[in-house]
Design a binder for this molecule. Structure first.
Ligand SMILES: [Zn+2]
Length: 92
């Protein structure tokens, strides 16, 4: 019930992810929305749009590989593309 928004890490988390395994996805709702908006609410890989698919935020360079939560590193991806990618980097 109600909206449970709990994004304590709103904003910058510019820590370089060295070594340890980050499972956190520290992107604020606002940033998510802005990325989606920038990408026209469309998966950048296959072009899928809601409601056909669920949009995720994807790291071009996986966080596990040192990717950041910068705009440049974040793209809109559908659930399928996002989940299929794993931690592999995408060739530009
Ligand atoms: Zn896709």
């Amino acid at each position: 019930m109600g909206v449970r928004v709990k994004f304590k890490d709103e904003g910058e988390d510019k820590r370089p992810y060295n070594g340890y395994k980050p499972r956190r996805f520290v992107v604020s709702l606002k940033t998510r929305f802005q990325i989606f908006q920038r990408d026209n609410f469309k998966c950048v890989y296959c072009g899928a749009t809601p409601p056909d698919t669920l949009l995720h935020l994807d790291h071009r360079v996986a966080v596990a590989n040192g990717g950041t939560n910068d705009w440049e590193n974040l793209v809109t991806a559908c659930a399928e593309c996002n989940l299929g990618k794993g931690t592999e980097d995408v060739d530009p």
